[in-house]
Write a protein that binds this ligand. Sequence first.
Ligand code: HSE
Length: 431
Amino acid sequence: MSEDRKTWRIGVAGLGTVGGGLLSFLDAEPDFAPAGGRAVVTGISARSRARNRPVDVSAMQWFDDPVALAKSPDNDLFVELIGGSDGPAKAAVEAALAMGKPVVTANKALIASHGAHLAALAETKGVPLLFEAAVMGGTPAVKMLREALVGEDVISVAGILNGTCNYILTEMETKGSAFGDVLAEAQRLGYAEADPTTDIGGFDAAHKITILAALAFGCAPDFASAEIEGVDQVDLDDIKLAHDLGYRIRLVASAVREGEAVAVRVHPALAPFGHPLAETRGSLNALFIEGRRIGRIFLQGPGAGAGPTAAAVAADIADVMTAVRRPVFQSPASGLKFAPVIDPANRISRVFIRLRVKDQPGVIAAVSETLAGAGVSIDGFLQKSAQADGSVPIVLTTHATAESIVFEALERIARLPSMLQAPKLLRIARL
Ligand code: HSE
């Protein structure tokens, strides 16, 4: 720390959307947390030195190597905004923690994959490792679980944790636009990850829900055990047909605890009109937290973008400067264990089934007899008029049934001679 002990010299590695936002924030408001002192960026590292930055960086020390920035005695606090679960981000965070330097990161992939190991390193060295910006950008979900709900017995956390997917699903529904066009716009607006498959494939949401599960349930983050489906299998017809039945499709991330066991999942799911998840539109994020004493809390807000995410990073910087100390997760790192995974064999769901059939007598009877024979009860049903190619779209929703039974019934339905394509199944969100 510099001589007056009031100025924190900050090293920032990674100057993309969030890094640029943080530089602008601290340039404009170095005294945003006066109880902790002044926050000044003194060292930076990024992929390209030549790129234009939102503020004058000529007085900042440049590092080609983020590990060298992390180890430099010329900064007191290391901010990692490079991204990625391994490689330079992990090496730089480990280097900073190993020398006893506080670390703030927005890197959800890193924390979801290596959180327990990094927490152990941070706690051994007695320094904070903070990651509010890793989940829901500017909406404080991490502090909510780690701090405000430390005394609560949380049983589930579930919501919309990827703004890019929510933006794509909303735009496809409201404008009837093609998936690729909407994705390009999300990238232009700065929501999307550098590699869009991280968003689209559900991995970004899975990183975030893995972190929230660890904070909520006191277990080690266990990304490898997450079940992940993205929005890449959802097409415009699914969105329109779900809409006709009174639902919107959302990418829902959930973590549920039953006793000691935990299930962490990401998949597209239908939410009925009027439900807060269905009404969470555009790039917004939303989260339900359910606890035994508190009942349900609902958070909704920005999950991405330079300004909101920089504000979340700044909140962590303020915690470092004001010497707030807590375990990295809700429990001390020495007690973090991987939770057993809930057996999916008996999972109960309501589902939406989409079929494309030949326009001939007896088709609907055959479908409903197959479902009835398996004990699957139909809730909603919609048959559209025959298309130009003679095929008929049918969609139906079921009451709650063991998924294994529905899957078996769908295998039989797929073999009916009137089927023109494989049946498609989407779950209805458990709300
Ligand atoms: N790519 C993420 C999203 C933003 O679309 O939500 C950062 O977490």
